[in-house]
Ligand binder design. Structure first.
Ligand code: PDD
Length: 287
């Protein structure tokens, strides 16, 4: 069965799913995106992703390509046509195609692209053994809270991590405090049991997984703080972990090559992962 992708009103074989050479997403990274997890053929946290998409579009003054109800139908149709039970859905909206000019085009219509990809089950070793992160300077622009496709610093950082055998790179601001990973949010559990993640201001992407986990933490009566933490604090932490749509909750067991605590996944981290898995499963359970 061939893969089908959606481009501006058409469902096309993936190899024919193309946008114009003068699309502003291509020339200026003038575009926003979302990545949704698909489980049992359903979209996880769809409403949260659509709300964040709407916010990103407002922040950049890009017109929504269609109303939300119509967009939801398109997302479902792309999942259906590809018969993907477990995987990811990628959605991108650019300001459209127009002769290259920094000024916003008057006539361009936004470009909407939707693709889906099946995903093999996450390698269980990532959860059993945990992953390593390195720390790198955060060299991104001032608004990483907007989910734009301007991801070059993120790609460079992720590649640097992989080149050194690490899974992820935690980006660090000028004050020595962790902002977030290149495609994940960063968390620690302090020696006295406080769960810490940076506050969702302009310095990080307000992760949907981060948000979901914060709600679950509240229900567990755990102590949590949304504040910056330094690299030194992270290295002295009892536990560390990362969150994202594609990784859910993953234990971080080393930072810059030094083990976090005893170098094994933390017990609280594993409990949070189980809680999060159950939260996802409940969303997509057959009625
Ligand atoms: N990345 N921080 C950054 C910089 C991200 O790009 C992402 C998501 C996250 C986690 O957000 P969420 O929990 O909503 O996935 C944090 C996606 C998955 C990606 O670019 O593939």
């Amino acid at each position: 069965m061939s893969r089908i992708s959606y481009v501006n009103g058409r469902y096309l074989p993936h190899r024919d799913a193309l946008v114009h050479v003068e699309d502003r997403g291509f020339q200026f990274a003038d575009a926003v995106y979302e990545v949704f997890a698909i489980r049992r053929g359903g979209l996880v946290d769809e409403a949260l992703h659509l709300a964040r998409l709407a916010r990103s579009l407002v922040e950049l003054r890009i017109a929504p390509p269609m109303g939300e109800a119509a967009l939801k139908l398109v997302l479902r149709e792309v999942v259906r046509r590809n018969r993907v039970a477990n995987g990811t859905l990628y959605l991108q909206v650019s300001r459209g195609a127009a002769p290259r000019d920094f000024v916003f085009p008057k006539a361009a219509r936004p470009t909407l692209v939707v693709t889906v990809r099946p995903q093999r089950r996450q390698d269980p070793r990532l959860l059993e053994e945990g992953v390593g992160v390195i720390t790198i300077p955060d060299i991104r622009w001032g608004r990483p809270d907007i989910k734009t496709v301007g991801l070059l610093p993120n790609a460079l950082g992720k590649q640097q991590a992989r080149d050194t055998g690490a899974f992820e790179a935690w980006q660090v601001d000028r004050d020595g405090r962790v902002t977030e990973g290149t495609s994940t949010n960063a968390w620690i559990v302090t020696a006295d049991g406080e769960v810490v993640t940076r506050q969702a201001d302009h310095s990080i992407l307000n992760g949907v997984t981060r948000y979901g986990l914060l709600q679950l933490l509240g229900g567990e009566g755990l102590r949590l703080a949304e504040r910056p933490f330094s690299v030194a604090e992270a290295k002295a932490a009892r536990e560390a972990f990362l969150t994202s749509t594609t990784n859910f909750v993953l234990p971080v067991v080393s930072i810059d090559g030094a083990p976090v605590a005893n170098g094994h996944p933390g017990t609280l981290t594993l409990r949070l992962r189980a809680l999060y898995d159950a939260y996802v499963a409940a969303q997509v359970a057959a009625p």
